[in-house]
Ligand binder design. Structure first.
Ligand code: URA
Length: 322
C-alpha cells in the first residue's frame, strides 16, 4: 500500500494514535468490516506493525509463516455444497453443515493449499526439535518441550499450542492435518465441526476419547487455515515421533492428504493413499498406519463418507483381530 492508500492504512491500524488522528466509531467499524472481508479473523499482536519499515528487523520465521499464505488461491479449492444425503454413514446428530445448510464458515484447515516453497529446511531448528523431543519421558515433558520450542514459524501466529486430546496411552492414534480456528482458541485438536464429525465416525466403530489419542502433524494453527508446508511438518515430526513412542498405539489412522503425505513421505494424493495399511517407523516404533479422507472434506462432500466407512471397517477389523 503506497501513497494516499498507505497513509490511510497507517491511520486505520494506529488505533492508539494521538487525538488528531483519532477516527470516529463508525470509521473503526468500517475498518473492522474491511478486515473481515479480507479474511482476517484473529489479531496476532497488541500493537500495529509497519511491515514496510520493519521488514529487516523482525523475526524471519514470522514473515515466512505469514507470507506463505496465498490469499488469492482459495476460490479454486472451494468445494460446492453437496446435496443432503439421506441414510449416509455417521448421520446421527447430523450437523447442519452436513446437509448443506452451513456453508459460510470454512471448516477445513486444508481450505488453502500449502504454498510451494523451495526454502531449505531450517536445520538448526530440526536438530533442536530432535534434541528436545528425545529428552521427553512423558506427554507432560513433550508438552513442556513444545512450549519451549520456537523453531516452527507457525507458533508465532497461533494463539495456543494444540497438543492432543483423548487417552494418554491408546491402541488407536489419530493424526490429522493442523489445528483450525476453534482448535487454536481451545488448545485441543478436533473440537470444531470437523471434530464433531470425527467423534461420530469413531462412535460408529465403538471408539471414543477413552480409546483413542488424537493429534495433528503440526501443533499450531497455520495462518488463514492454510495447509501446513512439508517444512513445518518436518519440524514438528521429531515431537510427533516421540509422541507415538509414548502413546504406544497398535495402529494409526491418518486423516486427509496432508497428514498422509507427511507420514508416508510421498507426494501421492489421498485418493490413492487411503485404505491400505503401511508399516511406518516413528523413531523406534513401527506401527501399521492407514489413511482416510479428512472429516472436513466429508462435511463438504458427504457422498465420500462411503469410502471413509470402508476404511473405518478396516480399522475396526484390525482392532478386533488384536
Ligand atoms: N482439522 C485437523 O486436521 N485438525 C484439527 O485439529 C482440526 C481440524
Amino acid at each position: 500500500m503506497r501513497g494516499e492508500q498507505g497513509q490511510k492504512w497507517k491511520n486505520t491500524v494506529n488505533i492508539n494514535a494521538s487525538s488528531e488522528n483519532k477516527l470516529k466509531l463508525s470509521e473503526y467499524q468500517q475498518i473492522l468490516a474491511w478486515y473481515e472481508q479480507m479474511g482476517v479473523d484473529s489479531a496476532i499482536g497488541e500493537t500495529p506493525v509497519n511491515w514496510f519499515e520493519t521488514e529487516n528487523t523482525i523475526d524471519q520465521s514470522l514473515i515466512r509463516a505469514l507470507t506463505m499464505h496465498p490469499a488469492t488461491s482459495t476460490e479454486k479449492h472451494r468445494v460446492a455444497p453437496a446435496p443432503a444425503q439421506k441414510n449416509s454413514h455417521f448421520t446421527q446428530n447430523q450437523h447442519p453443515a452436513e446437509n448443506g445448510q452451513q456453508q459460510k464458515t470454512e471448516i477445513s484447515p486444508s481450505h488453502t493449499p500449502a504454498p510451494q516453497t523451495t526454502a531449505p529446511l531450517a536445520q538448526p531448528s530440526l536438530e533442536l526439535a530432535k534434541k528436545l523431543a528425545s529428552q521427553c519421558n512423558s506427554l507432560n515433558d513433550l508438552q513442556q518441550a513444545l512450549t519451549e520450542f520456537d523453531g516452527c514459524g507457525l507458533k508465532r501466529t497461533a494463539k495456543n499450542l494444540v497438543f492432543y486430546r483423548g487417552a494418554e496411552q491408546a491402541d488407536i492414534m489419530i493424526i490429522g492435518e493442523a489445528p483450525g480456528r476453534d482448535e487454536d482458541i481451545v488448545g485441543k485438536p478436533f473440537v470444531g465441526k470437523a471434530g464433531q464429525l470425527l467423534d461420530r465416525m469413531l462412535k460408529s466403530i465403538n471408539l471414543d476419547e477413552q480409546t483413542t489419542h488424537i493429534t495433528n502433524i503440526v501443533y499450531w494453527r497455520p495462518p488463514g487455515n492454510r495447509t501446513p508446508t512439508s517444512e513445518e511438518g518436518h519440524l514438528c515430526r521429531p515431537f510427533l515421533n516421540r509422541q507415538v513412542e509414548l502413546v504406544q498405539p497398535k495402529m494409526i489412522l491418518l486423516l486427509g492428504g496432508a497428514a498422509a503425505k507427511q507420514i508416508f513421505n510421498t507426494v501421492t494424493g489421498i485418493t490413492k493413499l487411503r485404505g491400505s495399511w503401511k508399516p511406518i517407523t516413528y523413531n523406534s516404533s513401527t506401527v501399521p498406519t492407514i489413511a482416510t479422507l479428512h472429516p472436513a472434506y466429508l462435511l463438504r462432500t458427504p457422498i465420500a463418507k462411503k469410502m471413509v466407512w470402508q476404511d473405518l471397517q478396516q480399522l475396526a477389523q484390525k482392532r478386533e483381530a488384536g
